[in-house]
Design a protein around this ligand. Structure first.
Ligand SMILES: Cc1ncc(C[n+]2csc(CCOP(=O)(O)OP(=O)(O)O)c2C)c(N)n1
Length: 802
C-alpha cells in the first residue's frame, strides 16, 4: 500500500471519547504542572500542551514490541500507551527519587524525560515484544535521532538474519516500528539530517513525527529551516511511487484528529510491512503555555499569533469536531472534563504527599535527635537557632536536613555524648543513602558486569604462530562472530574491505553483509545505530575509523550511551562495544591521543587502551561476555607488528582494571598505556646502562583503573613515580596521578615529587620530526627518570647537563 492508497478507519465512539479524555487529562497535567513550578514545589517544568491530539492518534498505531525515541513533549503519547501514570508524571516533576514512583529515572531526570523499564531488577532483559517500549529521553535537541536509526534498523536484522530465533523476546520477524518524535526547530541540528539520511540508506522501519509549532523557544521556523517549511525541503527524501528507496512523507494538521488517525494508521501499516521509513510532518501545532516554565511566550509571539493559537488549539478543535459529528454532546464532554480535572488534581496531590512523606519522616528523626543534643549541649542556643531556621523552610529537602545536622555537629565539636554519636551515625547513613540514591547504576550491576567476567589466561604453545597484529584481531572477530549470532560489526570500510587495517578481512564473505557491514561516513549515527540495536538485544561492535573522529560521535556517546544505565536507574542498558584506533601515526588527525577529553566525557563506559592486539583481543572477549558499554582504542601502528597468536584466541579474557607489570624494576615506577608501552620499554633498556632499574606498568584500562592497587604496590617498592602518555599536559597523566596518589593513597609512599610526561599542548605535527617534538620520546623518558634519580642521589647520578 502506498500513501496514495489510503484506508479509512472507523473507530467506536467510546474509543474516541477515551482519546479526548486522555488528551484533556494531559492538558490538565500541564496546566497544574506549571502552577506547581511557579509556586515553588518543583524546580522546572516543560510540558506537552498543544500536542495532545496528534499523540493520541499516534498511540493508535503503536503495537507491542514497538519503540519510542522522542523528547519532552510526549507526555500524552506516554499516557495514551499506558506507559506513564499521571501520578508518575508529577513524581518526576517533584524529583521524587523513589523508582517505584518515578520509574523513568528514579528522580535523576528533569520532568518529561520519559523511559520505560526494559530490564528486570537484576538487570536482565524483559520480554520486550509484550510491551510498548520507550527509550530514555535526552535534553540535547535532536539527540534522540541517532538512536532511533538503530532501534529501527534492528527490525530489519530480525527480519533478515538467520540464527536469531532465541531472541524472540525482542522481535517478532522484525515487525516492530521505531517511532521517533522531534520538534520542528530541532530539525536544524546536524544529527537530524544525518539520522534521516542513515535511516533511508539502511531502509530502517522508523516513523518519525515532527511536532511543528512554528518556534524553537522564541525563534520562528524561518530562522531554523530553509524556506521555512520542512515538508518542502524533506521532499528530496521521498520515494517515487512503487520504489522502495526513500521515505514516505505525510503532512497533516495537528488539530485534525480524524486526519491524524488516518495518517498514522496508514503510515505505520506501510512502515511495518515494507520496512520503508516515513516522516509525518505535523503542522499547525500550538504551545498554549509557552516553551517551558522559564519564560512566557507573550514576550515573543504577536497578538495575532496568540489569537491563532487559541483558535487552533487541538483540544478545542477536537471537541468541536466531536460535537459536530455527534460523537458526544457538549454537556457530556463538560461532565467528563470536570471529572478529569478533579482526577488530575487528586493524582497530583497524592504524588506530592508520597514524595514528601519520607523526607518529612527523616526531618522528624533529625529534629528529635537535634533537640536532645541541644538539651545536653553547652551550645543549646545555637542549635535551637539551627532548628528554627529548618522549621521556617516550607518543604525542606534532604540537603537542608544534612546542612542542619552538620551545623549542629560543628557547634558541638568539642563535646562528647551518646546523642551526638547518634546524630553522627544518622548523618553518615543519610549521606550514604543519598550517594547511593543518585549514584548507583553508573555501570552494570548485573551478573554480566564486565568486572566479574571469568579470567581465562591466554595459552601459548610451541606451535603458536607469530602473526601480524591485524591477524590476531581477525581471528578473534571470526571466533566471536561464530559464537554470538547476534554480534554485528559495522563502520566505515568494515564490510567489503574488512576495515582499513584488515581486522575483518574475509568476514563479510563468511558471515554475510548484515553481520559485517559498511556504513556511510556518519560517526554520530554509527554510535546511534549501535545504541538502538543494543537496546533491542543485538550485540553491536561499532567501529569509528580513527580515534580522532570519535569527536563526531562523542556527544552521542557521552550524552546517550554513557548515561543510559545511570539515568534510568538501571532500567535500560545498551551493551555497545565501540572500537577505534589511535595514538601514533602521522599528522594532526591520524595520531591524536586526546584520551582525557574522551575519558572524562564517557564516565559510565569502560575505556580500554590495550598496548597490542593480543591484549585487545582478550579485552574484546571480556566485553563480549559482559553487558557494559565500552570504548576500546587499538594502537594504530601495531597492526603490522608481529605477535604470537594465543591457542585459545576465542576464549581467553583480559580482566578490566588489572594493570600488568611489563618490566620489573626497583628504582622508579613508570605508569603508562597503549603505544607508550613500547617506548617505555626501550627507555628502560637505556636506563639500565646507567644503573637505573625502571619498573614499567601498563594500566591496560583507564576506566576501571587498577582495581587492586597494583600501581601503589609498585610505588611502595620504588617510592618514585612517573606517569607517561601521549595526551596533553594535565590530561590523562593527571587522571592517573589522581587515582594513584589520592584514591590509592600512593602519596604516602613518595620519596620524590611525582612527575608527568605527556605530549606537547599543541596537536601532533606531521612527519618524523614533527612526531618527535610533539609526542613524548625515548630521550625525554630517559631524562625524566634520570632526573628523579639525580635528585635522590646526585653523586651517583650526576647532572646530564640539563
Ligand atoms: C543541543 C541543544 N541546544 C539548545 C537547547 C536548548 N533548547 C531546548 S528546547 C529548544 C527549542 C526546541 O524547539 P523545537 O525543536 O521546535 O521543539 P519544541 O520545544 O518547540 O517542541 C532549545 C533551543 C538544547 N536543549 N539542546
Amino acid at each position: 500500500m502506498s500513501p496514495q492508497e489510503r484506508v479509512t478507519f472507523h473507530f467506536t465512539r467510546e474509543s474516541i471519547v477515551r482519546d479526548y479524555r486522555i488528551a484533556y487529562q494531559s492538558r490538565q497535567a500541564s496546566l497544574l504542572g506549571r502552577k506547581e513550578v511557579l509556586t515553588g514545589k518543583a524546580k522546572f517544568g516543560i510540558f506537552g500542551d498543544g500536542k495532545e491530539v496528534a499523540q493520541v492518534a499516534l498511540a493508535r498505531a503503536f503495537r507491542k514490541g514497538d519503540f519510542r525515541s522522542g523528547y519532552y513533549r510526549d507526555q500524552t503519547l506516554m499516557f495514551a500507551l499506558g506507559l506513564l501514570r499521571i501520578d508518575e508524571f508529577f513524581a518526576q516533576l517533584y524529583a521524587d527519587s523513589e523508582p517505584d514512583r518515578d520509574p523513568s529515572s528514579g528522580g535523576r531526570q528533569m520532568n518529561s524525560h520519559f523511559a520505560t523499564r526494559l530490564l528486570t531488577d537484576d538487570g536482565n532483559w524483559k520480554p520486550l515484544t509484550d510491551s510498548f517500549n520507550s527509550t530514555a529521553d535526552l535534553s540535547p535537541t535532536g539527540a534522540q535521532m541517532p538512536r532511533l536509526v538503530g532501534l529501527a534498523f534492528a527490525s530489519r536484522l530480525y527480519r533478515h538474519l538467520e540464527g536469531l530465533d532465541h531472541l524472540s523476546g525482542f522481535s517478532k520477524h522484525g515487525d516492530e516500528i521505531a517511532f521517533g518524535t522531534i520538534g520542528d526547530a530541532s530539525c536544524a541540528e546536524g544529527v537530524f539530517w544525518e539520522s534521516v539520511n542513515a535511516a533511508g540508506a539502511l531502509k530502517a522501519p522508523m516513523l518519525l513525527s515532527i511536532w511543528d509549532d512554528g518556534y524553537g523557544i522564541s525563534v520562528p521556523t524561518e530562522f531554523h529551516i530553509t524556506k521555512g517549511h520542512l515538508s518542502s525541503i524533506l521532499r528530496g527524501f521521498q520515494r517515487a511511487p512503487g520504489d522502495d528507496e526513500g521515505f514516505d512523507l505525510y503532512t497533516v494538521k495537528g488539530w485534525d484528529y480524524p486526519a491524524l488517525c488516518e495518517t498514522y494508521l496508514n503510515a505505520a501499516e506501510v512502515v511495518r510491512r515494507e520496512h520503508v521509513p516515513a516522516i509525518v510532518h505535523v503542522a499547525e501545532l500550538t504551545q498554549p503555555q509557552g516553551h517551558s516554565t522559564s519564560g512566557s511566550h507573550e514576550r515573543y509571539k504577536s497578538e495575532e499569533r496568540l489569537g491563532w493559537e487559541r483558535d487552533h488549539d487541538c483540544l478545542v478543535r477536537m471537541r468541536e469536531w466531536m460535537i459536530e459529528e455527534k460523537i458526544a454532546p457538549h454537556e457530556e464532554l463538560s461532565r467528563f472534563e470536570e471529572e478529569d480535572r478533579q482526577l488530575v488534581e487528586e493524582l497530583q496531590r497524592r504524588a506530592w504527599e508520597s514524595c514528601r512523606r519520607p523526607v518529612e519522616d527523616e526531618k522528624r528523626v533529625l529534629i528529635q535527635l537535634t533537640s536532645e543534643l541541644a538539651e545536653a549541649s553547652a551550645h543549646e542556643a545555637q542549635i535551637e537557632g539551627v532548628l528554627k531556621r529548618l522549621g521556617r523552610l516550607a518543604n525542606p529537602h534532604r540537603r537542608d536536613l544534612l546542612g542542619a545536622a552538620q551545623e549542629s555537629l560543628i557547634h558541638t565539636r568539642t563535646e562528647k555524648s551518646q546523642i551526638r554519636d547518634q546524630l553522627v551515625e544518622w548523618r553518615d547513613e543519610m549521606e550514604e543513602a543519598g550517594y547511593q540514591r543518585y549514584g548507583s547504576y553508573l555501570h552494570s550491576e548485573s551478573e554480566a558486569s564486565a568486572l566479574t567476567v571469568e579470567v581465562v589466561e591466554a595459552q601459548f604453545s610451541d606451535s603458536s604462530p607469530l602473526v601480524n597484529g591485524f591477524e590476531v584481531l581477525n581471528r578473534c572477530f571470526d571466533e566471536a562472530l561464530g559464537r554470538y549470532p547476534n554480534l554485528v560489526a559495522f563502520g566505515e570500510d568494515v564490510g567489503q574491505l574488512g576495515d582499513v587495517n584488515q581486522g575483518f578481512m574475509g568476514l563479510q564473505e563468511k558471515y554475510g553483509d548484515l553481520r559485517v557491514s559498511d556504513t556511510g561516513i556518519r560517526e554520530a549515527t554509527i554510535l546511534g545505530q549501535a545504541i538502538g540495536m543494543a537496546l533491542r538485544g543485538l550485540r553491536p561492535l561499532a567501529e569509528i575509523q580513527y580515534l580522532d573522529y570519535v569527536l563526531y560521535a562523542l556527544q552521542i556517546m557521552s550524552d546517550d550511551l554513557a548515561t543510559l544505565h545511570w539515568r534510568t536507574r538501571g532500567g535500560q542498558k545498551a551493551p555497545v562495544i565501540v572500537r577505534t584506533r589511535g595514538h601514533r601515526l602521522e599528522g594532526i588527525w591520524h595520531s591524536g591521543s586526546m584520551i582525557s577529553g574522551i575519558l572524562n566525557l564517557v564516565r559510565g563506559m569502560h575505556v580500554c587502551v590495550p598496548r597490542n592486539m593480543v591484549q585487545a583481543a582478550g579485552m574484546f572477549n571480556t566485553l563480549l561476555r559482559s553487558d557494559d558499554p565500552a570504548l576500546l582504542i587499538e594502537v594504530l601502528n601495531g597492526y603490522r607488528l608481529k605477535e604470537r597468536l594465543p591457542d585459545n584466541i576465542g576464549e581467553f579474557t583480559v580482566p578490566l582494571g588489572r594493570p600488568e607489570v611489563l618490566r620489573e624494576g626497583r628504582d622508579v615506577t613508570l605508569v603508562t598505556y597503549g603505544a607508550c608501552c613500547r617506548l617505555a620499554i626501550e627507555a628502560a633498556e637505556m636506563l639500565t646502562q646507567v644503573g637505573i632499574d625502571l619498573e614499567v606498568i601498563d594500566v591496560q584500562t583507564l576506566d576501571p583503573f587498577d582495581l587492586e592497587g597494583r600501581v601503589r604496590a609498585s610505588l611502595e617498592k620504588t617510592n618514585r613515580i612517573v606517569f607517561l602518555d601521549e595526551d596533553v599536559p594535565g590530561g590523562t597523566t593527571a587522571y592517573m596521578m589522581q587515582k594513584v596518589l589520592e584514591v590509592q593513597g600512593g602519596f604516602d609512599w613518595l620519596d620524590a615529587p611525582p612527575r608527568t610526561l605527556s605530549a606537547q599542548a599543541h596537536r601532533p605535527a606531521y612527519g618524523s620530526d614533527g612526531d618527535y617534538f610533539s609526542k613524548p620520546n625515548r630521550e625525554q623518558i630517559f631524562s625524566t627518570v634520570y632526573d628523579l634519580m639525580h635528585h635522590s642521589d646526585p653523586a651517583r647520578f650526576p647532572s646530564l647537563g640539563t
